[in-house]
Design a protein around this ligand. Structure first.
Ligand SMILES: [Ca+2]
Length: 375
């Protein structure tokens, strides 16, 4: 019983000490001396456990306190962050707007500087013009030196700059032209002079062939017929190349004026006349819409190629019609007309002559072939 009371006392003392300020204040050596080996063996683990519990509890409380402080700190930072984010957005937007506004202000300033410079130039030009006008007494002064707009520069520029002179285009026919010789131009060839006639069949005809007195030789080779020959004021042939270009780019009509040895006159007219190019041997492609009183002596040659004595393209497989009748023409098997034939000074009822056989077979005194664009 005494021992039990002693142990209880020691336990209470130990617990009160253990619950005191210093958990490790119990000197194990005192305990050992007071309790003895038996007491110490039983109580010591309890005391150690109690001290450990107390220590853990303090550590736990410290950790709780630390966590609470950190939570409070985190909460405070969150609040600050939430408050700061919209402010940052506003700050960025305002910064951009400030930058844009500054750029606009800079542009406005540049434009104002340019405008001021132009106004100064306009004022100088206006002053100069006023001085020039003052030196010419017959011209009234219309401007003042106080002009501040750039508008006066426009009429000044117009006065100085003269409009370019329009180059007159050359005609492509004799229609509307004055004179017997007119320079015309058609696509595919340089300008060239033609003989115009308005006396035989109305105005505006281009003469392409004429026979008057036999002064010109029409017994020529293909190159001469292509280029043309003779005197355009007298006897001549205009040339197949020109004839092809003229009748190709626009529809032309053909007028053939004929006079025999008795000074009788007849004519043959074709509303559509066209000659092919060199790759078609200058074929008589079209001689349609005949009218007149001399007969259609061209009908026999439609689609016939042009032959010369050195260039047989006729439809006679045996004869060389151009060589036989000494002329370049659209010989078929040979001819029903031959206006480039040998000129005769007297009537010959023979195929060698200047002929239009639908009228008569004797040679003609005067022939003129003419073309004119169809309106
Ligand atoms: Ca032949």
């Amino acid at each position: 019983m005494y021992i039990f009371h002693k142990l209880l006392l020691i336990l209470l003392l130990s617990l009160s000490g253990a619950l005191g300020k210093n958990e490790e204040c119990v000197d194990e050596r005192i305990k050992d001396s007071e309790c003895g080996s038996y007491c110490y063996k039983i109580v010591k683990p309890l005391l150690q456990y109690a001290a450990s519990v107390r220590s853990k509890e303090h550590q736990f409380n410290d950790l709780i306190a630390t966590i609470q402080i950190k939570d409070a700190t985190i909460e405070s930072l969150d609040k600050q962050l939430m408050l700061c984010m919209p402010e940052q957005k506003d700050c960025l937007t305002q910064e951009k707007m400030m930058s844009a506004n500054q750029a606009i202000l800079d542009k406005i300033q540049n434009l104002e500087d340019q405008l001021k410079e132009w106004q100064n130039k306009a004022s100088e030009i206006s002053e100069q013009k006023s001085k020039e006008a003052a030196n010419v007494p017959t011209e009234p002064t219309t401007t003042t030196t106080t002009t501040t707009t750039i508008a006066p520069t426009v009429p000044i520029a117009k006065e100085i700059k003269k409009p370019p002179e329009k180059k007159k285009e050359k005609p492509s026919s004799c229609i509307g032209e004055q004179g017997d010789e007119v320079e015309i131009q058609v696509p595919g060839m340089n300008p060239f002079y033609v003989s115009c006639d308005s006396s035989l069949a109305g105005p505006g005809w281009i003469v392409i062939q004429r026979r008057i007195d036999g002064s010109e030789n029409f017994n020529r080779n293909i190159h001469e017929y292509c280029a043309g020959f003779g005197n355009s004021n007298h006897e001549f042939f205009i040339g197949l190349d020109k004839l092809h270009l003229l009748t190709s780019f626009r529809q032309h009509e053909l007028y053939i004026y004929l006079k025999n040895m008795h000074n009788e006159v007849r004519y043959a007219r074709y509303g559509n006349f066209r000659i092919g190019g060199p790759n078609e041997d200058y074929m008589l492609k079209t001689a349609d819409e005949y009218s007149g009183n001399a007969g259609d002596a061209m009908d026999y040659y439609r689609k016939s190629r042009f032959s010369t004595p050195d260039y047989d393209r006729d439809n006679d497989p045996i004869r060389n019609c151009a060589k036989l009748y000494k002329s370049g023409w659209w010989h078929n098997k040979c001819h029903s007309s031959n206006l480039n034939g040998v000129y005769r000074t007297a009537q010959y009822a023979h195929s060698v002559g200047v002929q239009w056989k639908t009228w008569h077979t004797t040679s003609l005194q005067f022939v003129q072939m003419m073309i004119r664009p169809v309106k």
